[in-house]
Design a protein around this ligand. Structure first.
Ligand code: MRU
Length: 356
């Protein structure tokens, strides 16, 4: 998608270096950062220069290719794979991508290993782009249906950033929106600010602006009243891990939005590529929920009057704060799962029908 009119993907490999868009600096600065070693990739995932389930999967794949570029020692590659998997715990795409890379790398000889690693990392990213595009084509049908009935702007609420910046391209939750916009369907997006890191305000609103899609940032608690007033036609969110029974783990606050949607008969869709499905864990309570530093709550970043990025403390000095990054929305509150293969009921039967 576009930034200042120029097409980008979120990650690419150029002359032995992996390049990423540093998301910690957006929306105020657009900086392309270079990752030269596997440690650079691990660090970029940890400090969220790259974030969003599909993109951290893609970064882990290229991170492992960087490890191979550094050394083809089998122990080093194995240790790098383990460290990459541990760099963020909740999004399953990370482990999925590393496992897929390791499957290829453990059976090749040392002469071919770098070529194979780079090829597989590119394939993982290309596939994500293709899958996200298909999510858009499938999700477009839902937006079209609402528009044909309403004959007026379709208001869509989204949480966090499940946009193209969180994937390789297109996004998951935003892909149906981009497809609708391209088809000339009038859409307007309610963007949850998404405290504490403000991925909605800083990233979703930013990327929608760049694509000229009307959007309005709202505080995280505003969605409920908008739904009561009939100002939300549907919700679409992303996910970091969806269980085979349709339970959805996503950015903290998603669950409360799903409850409000349920109470107001607003359809609540979750968009995901199949790389985000965890076929193993059966009970959502077993999903590792990331707890991040409380400083993400107590400090806030913005630009001052000299256009310099500044970080300020907003809480009382001695207050305790707690920062869980994800929550779980039970399948019963999910209207449907929009995947690359079609739209499925959020249930084992629904997912089995699509992915058997
Ligand atoms: O902590 P983040 O910013 O990585 O969380 C991202 C989300 O919760 C997204 O909704 C999810 O990864 C899906 S991205 C297509």
């Amino acid at each position: 998608m576009k930034i200042e009119g120029k097409e980008y993907r979120t990650i690419w490999y150029e002359r032995n270096i992996v390049k990423i868009i540093d998301q910690t600096k957006l929306p105020h600065q657009f900086i392309i950062k270079e990752l030269k070693t596997v440690n650079d990739a691990i660090n970029a995932i940890k400090i969220m220069e790259v974030r969003g389930a599909p993109l951290i999967g893609g970064t882990a794949a290229y991170g492992l290719a960087l490890a191979v570029q550094e050394s083809n020692d089998k122990e080093f590659i194995k240790k790098s794979a383990e460290e990459l998997i541990q760099s963020r715990p909740t999004a399953i795409n990370l482990k999925w991508a590393v496992d897929r890379m390791m499957k290829k790398l453990t059976v090749v000889n040392s002469k071919q290993i770098l070529d194979i690693a780079l090829k597989e990392a590119k394939e993982i990213c290309d596939e994500d782009e293709k899958f996200c595009k298909n999510i858009g084509i499938n999700g477009l049908k839902i937006i079209e249906k609402i528009y044909n009935k309403k004959k007026d702007t379709v208001n869509i609420l989204t949480h966090c950033n499940a946009g193209w910046l969180a994937t390789i391209n297109w996004g998951t939750a935003t892909s149906p929106i981009y497809h609708a916009h391209k088809k000339g369907i009038p859409v307007h997006v309610w963007v949850d600010e998404t405290r504490p890191r403000n991925q909605g305000a800083n990233l979703t609103s930013y990327e929608l602006n760049e694509e000229k899609i009307p959007n309005t940032i709202i505080a995280d608690n505003t969605g409920g009243i908008l739904m009561q007033k009939g100002e939300v036609d549907m919700c679409i969110v992303g996910t970091d891990r969806t269980l085979s029974n349709g339970d959805v783990c996503n950015k903290i606050g998603t669950y409360l939005k799903a409850l409000a949607a349920h109470d107001n008969n607003v359809p609540f869709y979750v968009a995901l590529p199949s790389s985000t499905i965890d076929w193993k864990i059966k009970d959502a309570q077993d999903i590792p929920i990331e707890e991040r530093s409380s400083e993400e709550l107590s400090y806030i970043e913005g630009i001052d009057e000299d256009n310099k990025i500044k970080k300020v403390l907003i809480y009382p000095n001695n207050s305790k704060a707690m920062n869980l990054a994800f929550d779980i929305t039970p399948a019963k509150y999910v209207t449907g799962l929009i995947t690359e293969k079609g739209i499925s009921e959020a249930s084992s039967e629904g997912l089995k029908k699509l992915f058997n």
